[in-house]
Design a protein around this ligand. Structure first.
Ligand SMILES: *Cc1c(COP(=O)(O)O)cnc(C)c1O
Length: 416
């Protein structure tokens, strides 16, 4: 029921989907001039190696050896068949998931935090600034910076800073310093967009500091493609030619992209993004240029967006609350290559509890969105009488999200 690969089987190159996209990507635009940004515009924020990856059209990009050495601390991750969930649903579907919860930070995010910290250190950068919502990305970058001896400053959305102390403790354990955002408005609950503004301001204002983003950008999705590449090999070991359907939850699009992008060239594989009804970027947003942050300091990206001043409802317990989406994911949805659905949070938590009671592990609330869509697809396969092969991304564990589970179990979570 579990397919493991030896550490020698961590992919040695990242898969670049750009040459395989049905439509070409629109370039990021400078926030002031609205002209396409050049490498020099991004140089205050990112090392040249990452800027090169951001615009690369090379089909494969080699993973540096020192990055592979760190990824091998937990990779390859397991591919698991959710046999007990299949039985509970009485479905002929075969359900597999790629378990990214086994990383030190408990999610897929270290897959990009590690190369980002590596390339920054190679470029002589001493300090990274970043934002975090509930703390998943901040803890991944804190872990990576600890391994490479970089200082790390994390601007954490204030509502989470106050309500979710344990991820902050993780970041501090790895040596990072964490402050609530927005820094200049102590009464404001904050949002990812405003925390990005704080982190970008920090990086632009200091010679020794770069900025680091945990999702959305092309190079982030690129780094995550180790997930889908490993899954392909493991599915073969499991005797499957291909999945019929690949499902991932989508906040900025990095875990979904990491799992799904290597399958884009195969037209027989359907791809599905799952988002919360309270932040329905792909299903109800507009496809247009928008800023990545609230203050309008970042380049404009061509993406599905709810508007850069969108503040998600505070009742929402899960992550996935970014106003925009990765340009690569947006292009795939816009062209029809990928589908998207939105689910309300009570249904999502019901799916999470159902999963935990048969498979055992407690998923992150973000991951539970993919589980909800997987259960729906498995029920549809039962109704159609078809043994479909479903692969979903288990992006992280929920052991630091138990307050959300407590609220759900006590009936305190509402749909908005
Ligand atoms: C951050 C996070 C997400 C959402 O981010 P993406 O970039 O869309 O992957 C999903 N699941 C987990 C566990 C996360 O930590």
């Amino acid at each position: 029921m579990r397919w493991m690969l030896p550490t020698t089987e961590v992919p040695e190159a990242w898969f670049n989907v750009v040459p395989h996209l049905p439509t070409s990507l629109q370039p990021p635009l400078h926030p002031a001039t609205r002209e396409p940004v050049g490498p020099q515009d991004l140089a205050p924020l990112f090392p040249m190696a990452l800027i090169g990856q951001e615009v690369s059209a090379e089909p494969w990009i080699d993973i540096p050896g020192p990055v592979l050495d760190v990824l091998r601390l937990w990779r390859p991750t397991p591919l698991v068949r959710a046999r007990r969930l299949e039985q509970a649903l009485d479905t002929p579907a075969r359900i597999y998931f790629k378990d990214e919860s086994v990383s030190p930070a408990g999610s897929h995010k270290p897959n990009t935090a590690v190369p980002q910290a590596f390339y920054n250190r190679e470029a002589g950068v001493r300090r990274l600034a970043t934002e975090t919502g509930a703390g998943q990305w901040g803890s991944a970058l804190a872990f990576a910076c600890a391994l490479y001896g970089l200082e790390c400053k994390v601007y954490m959305v204030r509502a989470s800073y106050e309500q979710k102390p344990y991820r902050r403790v993780m970041m501090e354990t790895w040596g990072s310093s964490v402050v609530p955002s927005p820094v200049d408005r102590p009464d404001h609950p904050g949002s990812l967009g405003s925390a990005i503004s704080d982190a970008v301001r920090d990086a632009v204002g200091r010679e020794d500091t770069h900025y680091s983003l945990g999702s959305v950008l092309n190079h982030v999705l690129l780094h995550q493609t180790v997930i889908g590449q490993e899954a392909k090999v493991q599915l073969q070991l499991a005797g499957e030619e291909r999945p019929d359907l690949v499902i991932g939850c989508c906040g900025g699009g990095s875990n979904l992209g990491g799992l799904a992008l290597p399958f884009v060239p195969d037209p027989k594989v359907a791809l599905l993004a799952v988002e919360p009804s309270s932040c329905p970027t792909l299903t109800a947003g507009r496809f247009e240029y928008d800023f990545g942050d609230t203050a309008g300091m970042t380049p404009l990206l061509a993406m599905y967006t709810l508007g850069h001043d969108f503040v998600p409802p505070p009742i929402h317990a899960g992550g996935l609350r970014y106003h925009g989406d990765a340009p690569i994911i947006s292009a795939l949805v816009h062209s029809g290559r990928m589908q998207a659905v939105a689910h309300p949070q009570t249904a999502v938590f019901e799916a999470a509890v159902q999963f935990a009671r048969v498979q055992g592990t407690i998923p992150a609330p973000e991951t539970a969105h993919a589980i909800k869509a997987t259960i729906d697809a498995a029920v549809a396969a039962r109704e159609a009488g078809e043994p479909r092969v479903i692969l979903f991304g288990y992006s992280g564990h929920g052991l630091l999200d138990l307050q959300a589970y407590a609220d759900h179990l006590a009936g305190r979570l509402a749909d908005d």
